[in-house]
Design a protein around this ligand. Structure first.
Ligand code: ATP
Ligand code: MG
Ligand code: ZN
Length: 506
C-alpha cells in the first residue's frame, strides 16, 4: 500500500515543495525515513508512532518506508511529522486521502497535539506557487499562513480534529485572512530630543531616501537617543516589503502568532560583541540569516561602531553593495536578502572628548588616529551622511522649545518616498539609495552650476568615484523632500555638507 502526501520545506529563507511518499509492505515491522533527513526529521518516527497510538489508531504492523522527495535536498526540522502521520494512516486505510491539492505541515506531540512551526510564511508562499489549494497547518501558525493569500488554511490543533475533518465527520473552519489592526506606535518620539537640528534633518533625509548614516559626537550628546527614535519616522512598508521582512523573521522563529506580519520596518541593534556570523549570517551545516537579514527593508543600528570586531564590520561590505548576502558552504551556497539602511554612532576617540571646547581629551594623538582608523576606508566610504552631534550647552538643554513630532517628520518622509516610487515604477529601485547607473543618469543630471559646485568639492575633499554617486543619490532625496523636479545647487550643497565630519577629517 502506497500513498503520497504533499508538504513543504525550507531552504534558507525560501520554501519549496516536498512530497512524503509512504509505503507499507509486508516483512519485518520497521519504520524508515529517507531523503536526507536530519536528526529532528528522523525523530519524527517516535513522535508519529506515539501520536498514532495515543489518538486511538493502530500503528501498522508492516515495513514502513517514508521517502521525502526531492531526495537530494537536506530536510530539517519537525514540519514533516504531520504529513508522515497522514501518509501512514492513509496508506493503511485508516484515513481518507486528502487529495493532491492538499498539503500538510506541523510538529506533533506524543499525545497528538499539533505544534507551531518556524518558517510558516515562506512555506505557505511556496504552497501557493505549487498550486496547492488546501493547507493544513498548526493552529498557532495559521494566521501567518494566511498572509500568503490564495490558500484555504485549515488550523489544526489535534490529530483527532484533522481525522474528523478528513473523514467528513466534523469540519475545521478555515482560518480567516489576517489583517493588521491599526495599532499604537510604541516608539519614543523625536519631540523629546532638544536641539540637534542638523542631526534630525540628516535622519529625515536618510529615512526618506534609505541612505546610510553615521553620527559622531561626545558621550551623552544624544546619539543613541536620536537613533532609537528613527523607527518612528521611517516610511511605511509596502505589502511586498512587509512580506519579505516577515519571511526572514519567520524562519528565525521571531514572528508573533497573534500579529504575524511585520507592519513596522525592522530596527535591529546588535551589541558590539556580536560575531561576524551573527551579524552577516552563516553556521554549519545549514546557514542561518544574521542581523543584516533580519534588518532587511529596515535599519541596522551599530551603536559604538569602533567597538565592533573588525571581521564583523568587514563582513558588511559585500552585502551592503549587493543588498543580499551570499554564504558559501560545502553543501552549496545560500543567499539571504540583506537590503538595509546602516546607521551607526560613535565617539570621536576612546575617551570621547576629542575636539570638545571645554572637556579635555585624554587620548594621545596616535590613540585618536587609531580609534577611528580601525574603521576601514571602504566601510566609511559606504556611508552617505555624516553628522556631528555636539554636546548641547546648558542654554539649549534648559530651553523647552516646541520640537517637531515624529508624526510631522514621517509625513514628509512618506511623501518623498511616494515621489520615488512614482518615478521608478514597480520594476525600479525602491528608493533613491538603491539607484543604479541608469537611474543616476536619468534622474540625477546636474546642470552647469551644479557641475561647477561638484567639481570644486571633488578637488577639495578628495572624493572617490563611489562617493560621487552617493552624493548624487542624497542630493536627489533632498530635492524630493523639497518637491523639486531637478537637483539644484542648494540640494547638492547640502548633500556635500554631509560628506564631511569635523572629527573624521583629522
Ligand atoms: N538633545 C537632547 N535632548 C534631550 N535629552 C538629551 C539630549 N541629549 C542627551 N540627552 C539625555 O542624555 C541621555 C544620554 O544620551 P545618549 O545615550 O543618547 O548619548 P550618546 O550620545 O549615545 O552617548 P554615548 O556616546 O556615551 O553613547 C539621554 O538619555 C537623554 O536623557
Ligand atoms: Mg550611546
Ligand atoms: Zn579622547
Amino acid at each position: 500500500m502506497f500513498c503520497k502526501v504533499r508538504s513543504l520545506g525550507l531552504h534558507g529563507v525560501t520554501g519549496y515543495e516536498v512530497t512524503a511518499e509512504c509505503d507499507l509492505s509486508g516483512g519485518l515491522p520497521a519504520f524508515d525515513i529517507v531523503g536526507l533527513p536530519d536528526a529532528a526529521v528522523r525523530e519524527a518516527r517516535e513522535r508519529v508512532r506515539a501520536a498514532i497510538k495515543n489518538c486511538g489508531f493502530s500503528f501498522p504492523v508492516s515495513r514502513i518506508t517514508v521517502n521525502l522527495a526531492p531526495a537530494d535536498r537536506r530536510k530539517a526540522g519537525t514540519v514533516y511529522d504531520l504529513p508522515i502521520l497522514a501518509g501512514i494512516l492513509t496508506a493503511g486505510g485508516q484515513l481518507r486521502d486528502a487529495g493532491e491539492k492538499s498539503a500538510f505541515v506541523g510538529e506533533l506531540s506524543l499525545g497528538g497535539e499539533v505544534r507551531p512551526v518556524v518558517g510558516m510564511l515562506p512555506m505557505a508562499l511556496a504552497a501557493r506557487r505549487a498550486g496547492i489549494e488546501s493547507l493544513y497547518v498548526p493552529a498557532g501558525s495559521a494566521a501567518e499562513a494566511t498572509l500568503a493569500g490564495g490558500l484555504t488554511v485549515y488550523p489544526v490543533e489535534h490529530v483527532r480534529q484533522l481525522v474528523a475533518h478528513l473523514q467528513g465527520e466534523a469540519l475545521i473552519a478555515p482560518a480567516p485572512a489576517w489583517r493588521p489592526a491599526p495599532e499604537d506606535f510604541l516608539c519614543p518620539d523625536f519631540s523629546e530630543v532638544k536641539g540637534q537640528d542638523t542631526a534630525k534633518r540628516a535622519l529625515e533625509i536618510a529615512a526618506a531616501g534609505g541612505h546610510n548614516l553615521a553620527m559622531v559626537g561626545p558621550p551623552g550628546s544624544g546619539k543613541s537617543m536620536l537613533a532609537r527614535r528613527l523607527p518612528s519616522i521611517l516610511p511605511d512598508m509596502t505589502r511586498r516589503e512587509a512580506l519579505e521582512a516577515t519571511e526572514v523573521h519567520s524562519v528565525m522563529g521571531l514572528t508573533d502568532q497573534s500579529r504575524p506580519l511585520l507592519v513596522q520596518r525592522p530596527f535591529r541593534s546588535p551589541h558590539h560583541s556580536i560575531s561576524a556570523t551573527g551579524l552577516a549570517g552563516g553556521g554549519n551545516p545549514l546557514p542561518r540569516p544574521g542581523e543584516i537579514s533580519l534588518a532587511h527593508n529596515g535599519v541596522l543600528f551599530l551603536d559604538e561602531l569602533p567597538e565592533f570586531h573588525k571581521d564583523a564590520l568587514e563582513a558588511l561590505r559585500q552585502p551592503m553593495e549587493e543588498g543580499q548576502v551570499a554564504i558559501t558552504r560545502s553543501a552549496g551556497s545560500e543567499r539571504f536578502p540583506a537590503r538595509f539602511m546602516l546607521v551607526c554612532a560613535m565617539n570621536p576617540c576612546k575617551c570621547g572628548w576629542y575636539g570638545h571646547p571645554d572637556h579635555r581629551c585624554r587620548c594621545s594623538p596616535a590613540e585618536v588616529k587609531n580609534y577611528l582608523g580601525k574603521l576601514s576606508g571602504p566601510l566609511l566610504d559606504r556611508i552617505d551622511l555624516y553628522v556631528d552631534v555636539p554636546a548641547l550647552d546648558f542654554e539649549e538643554l534648559s530651553r523647552r522649545p516646541q520640537a517637531e513630532t515624529s508624526g510631522e517628520i514621517k509625513a514628509r518622509v512618506n511623501a518623498a518616498r511616494q515621489v520615488q516610487s512614482g518615478r521608478f515604477g514597480p520594476a525600479g529601485p525602491d528608493c533613491n539609495a538603491h539607484m543604479g547607473p541608469r537611474e543616476l543618469e536619468r534622474f540625477c543630471a546636474l546642470d552647469a552650476d551644479c557641475q561647477t559646485v561638484m567639481k570644486g568639492a571633488f578637488a577639495r575633499m578628495g572624493l572617490t568615484a563611489r562617493s560621487y554617486d552617493r552624493i548624487l543619490r542624497v542630493a536627489r532625496t533632498i530635492a524630493d523632500l523639497d518637491g523639486a523636479e531637478q537637483i539644484q545647487v542648494p540640494h547638492l550643497a547640502e548633500a556635500l555638507q554631509y560628506r564631511e565630519s569635523d572629527y573624521l577629517r583629522q
